[in-house]
Design a protein around this ligand. Structure first.
Ligand SMILES: *Cc1c(COP(=O)(O)O)cnc(C)c1O
Length: 393
């Protein structure tokens, strides 16, 4: 535990178990790439990347070349996919660190080609992203033939995989995903016609995997004599995405299994710093947005919005103290928060406080934070500040 008691505990065991469960769920036809971008969703790349490898992952997915270099240091043998683009000065770092770039624009190919030639490397693999409807990154079908034409003889880049991103896999009717897979089918026909044979079809996030899309994706891959690679993130960290709209009648069996088997990897903890009693009418925190309605006991917690605790939670959330919910009173400060422990006997300085995780039979999930803060668990995780130490348990 750090001197200032505000820290995150990471169960690398839960992470490994989650990977193994998802791998079984995906089935033997589908390989998984462990998404560890953004410091492993705030869980610590240093802890999670090696855990993914121990659990059997060959592939890691990171945002940038900077993250890729760090992942390479941690995992010398892993395949590392840089998923959110390479930039003009990235070429040589990609080649030297044996990173695999996702590309979709000809200038990205040029950067990699120049780096490979200047370092005398004859073959580097790339994954080509197709925009199948998200309009974020990826080549559209019209520009595909000219991009494919680059992969001629004596070209140092090898097209290892074709990739796309499903942007509505959490919509239970699956219609958008079906359309995207159909557009991918068209793209693969174009790739095949160009005479190039990439071996991997790289598609699908947690929501796709848990809703049973693995079979559709591996069927599409098999049609083009490719192997499917799926890219779960959130589920590896133990969360089951919410589907909206929800599954109307029976939800897929894979989803039920996921609810039973996935375990949250991260707990966020702090401690009570001090406890004091106040009279009715006492105001609490900036601008006195809370006024004690009766004599109360208040506990000061060493965590604030600079640690990533959303300021919107002031007066609207509870933290766990001694296995009970202690309501946040007043505004959350930069480094501190006050909770009401009037109903919780015997609270003393040093008592553990849970911001995310379980304490006795009570639990606070990152979904609870997300709902209260008007966002999604991905953001809750990734904005836990870097000053909050991540400790392996
Ligand atoms: C973040 C990301 C994923 C993982 O998404 P989850 O919903 O967390 O499973 C997969 N693919 C790409 C391209 C991503 O950016």
């Amino acid at each position: 535990m750090p001197n200032r008691p505000c820290w995150v505990e990471i169960s690398t065991r839960a992470f490994e178990d989650n990977y193994r469960f998802l791998s079984r769920l995906a089935g033997p036809q589908v390989e998984l790439l462990a998404i560890v971008k953004a410091n492993a969703y705030g869980h610590s790349l240093e802890l999670c990347a090696p855990a993914a490898i121990r659990a059997g992952a060959n592939w890691l997915g990171v945002t940038s070349v900077e993250e890729g270099v760090e992942a390479r240091r941690l995992c010398p043998e892993a395949r590392i996919l840089v998923i959110s683009g390479i930039f003009p000065h990235d070429g040589e770092d990609v080649v030297r660190n044996k990173l695999t770039a996702v590309v979709w624009d000809s200038w990205q190919l040029d950067i990699l080609e120049a780096a490979a030639r200047s370092l005398g490397v004859r073959s580097i693999s790339v994954h080509l992203e197709i925009d199948t409807g998200m309009s974020r990154q990826g080549a559209d079908l019209a520009s595909l033939p000219s991009l494919l034409a680059s992969f001629r003889r004596d070209y140092p880049l090898r097209l290892e995989a074709v990739m796309t991103h499903l942007f509505a896999a959490d919509e239970a009717d699956g219609q958008v995903t079906e359309d995207q897979l159909s557009r991918m089918n068209d793209a693969l026909i174009t790739v095949k016609a160009s005479g190039i044979h990439p071996g991997i079809l790289n598609i699908g996030n947690s929501a796709a995997l848990l809703s049973g899309q693995a079979s559709n994706i591996s069927k599409l891959a098999a049609r083009f004599d490719m192997k499917a690679l799926m890219r779960p993130g959130l589920a590896l960290y133990g969360l089951v995405p919410e589907y909206d709209p929800q599954f109307s009648s029976a939800e897929p069996m894979s989803l039920g299994q996921a609810r039973l088997n996935l375990r949250p990897v991260l707990s966020w903890k702090s401690q009570v710093v001090s406890v004091h009693s106040v009279d009715a009418g006492t105001v609490v925190g900036y601008n006195g947005t809370f006024v004690a309605t009766e004599p109360m006991r208040l506990a000061l917690i060493a965590a604030g919005y600079a640690d990533g605790l959303d300021r919107k939670l002031g007066n609207h959330f509870s933290l766990l103290v001694r296995g009970q919910r202690a309501p946040v009173v007043g505004r959350i400060s930069m480094d501190q928060t006050v909770v009401d422990v009037t109903e919780i006997p015997d609270v003393v300085p040093g008592d553990e406080v849970v911001l995310i995780g379980a304490q006795d039979s009570e639990k606070i999930s990152s979904f609870d934070h997300a709902r209260a803060a008007g966002t999604i668990p991905w953001e809750i995780f990734t904005r836990i500040a870097s000053r909050v130490p991540r400790v392996a348990i």
